[in-house]
Ligand binder design. Structure first.
Ligand SMILES: Nc1nc2c(ncn2[C@@H]2O[C@H](COP(=O)(O)OP(=O)(O)OP(=O)(O)O)[C@@H](O)[C@H]2O)c(=O)[nH]1
Length: 218
């Protein structure tokens, strides 16, 4: 290839904004203390769950993870925030630069579900208007202690027009799907391929959930 010339595929997939795989996509995990943000990130990053006593996150920290979607690398920089109220002002400072926010509640905790409205109010106040938001009902493995039905999660998500799924950081159910769906949405926003249909995150999630419904237990 002569210098200065781009192969056709690269040209066709030329980024219009951020460059997937090069520029990090800032993704932030938010939600009440104890809902499982750190555990979800550990499961996604290392494929494991560390049981035992709960140690609350202090401040904020991040993990880099590259996800390949449709042959394109998306570099996620995932920020794990502290859910405790006293760290809230630190977390707010990061909202403005977020490209995606994964908002978690715990299906065994009505309080964490009720607080989702307050989290969404804060997100709408501090984050960019085009931020990708996904609602996750975590700890889906704890069905005997369930306090929030799945349809209540779905209803809340519909009300705010955000995609939703239940996850388990313990068993790994839907953890990859949540991050893959967000990565696909971010990739479709930053890379425009001619004649490619608009990515519909809700439809993608429903289709993937149907595919795996044979093997899931909730
Ligand atoms: N059974 C079950 N337990 C979970 C799950 N996710 C997290 N936990 C447990 O819930 C507790 C809190 O999890 P963390 O991941 O530390 O919660 P967090 O949201 O990061 O909490 P903060 O750092 O205080 O904001 C820990 O004891 C975890 O082992 C899950 O999906 N299933």
């Amino acid at each position: 290839m002569p210098p200065g010339r781009l192969p056709l595929e690269v040209f066709q997939a030329r980024p219009t904004g951020r460059r997937p795989g090069v520029d990090p996509e800032f993704t932030i995990l938010v939600g009440d203390s104890g809902v499982g943000k750190t555990s979800l990130l550990v499961q996604f990053d290392q494929g494991k769950f560390i049981p035992g006593s709960f140690s609350a996150t202090v401040g904020i920290g991040f993990t880099n993870k590259v996800v390949t979607v449709d042959g394109v690398k998306v570099k996620l920089q995932i920020w794990d925030t502290a859910g405790q109220e006293r760290f809230r002002s630190v977390t707010h400072a990061y909202y403005r630069d977020a490209h995606a926010l994964l908002l978690l509640y715990d299906i065994t905790s009505k309080t964490s579900y009720d607080n989702i409205r307050a989290w969404l109010t804060e997100i709408h106040e501090y984050a960019q208007s085009d931020v990708v938001i996904m609602l996750l009902g975590n700890k889906a493995d704890m069905s005997s202690e369930r306090a929030i039905r799945r349809d209540e999660g779905e209803r809340l998500a519909r009300e705010y027009s955000v995609p939703f799924m239940e996850t388990s950081a313990k068993t790994g159910v839907n953890v990859d799907l949540a991050f893959t769906a967000v990565s696909k949405e971010l990739k479709h926003r930053s890379v425009q391929i001619p004649n490619e249909p608009k990515f519909q995150i809700h439809e993608y999630i429903e289709a993937q959930k149907e595919k795996s419904s044979c093997c899931s237990y909730f």
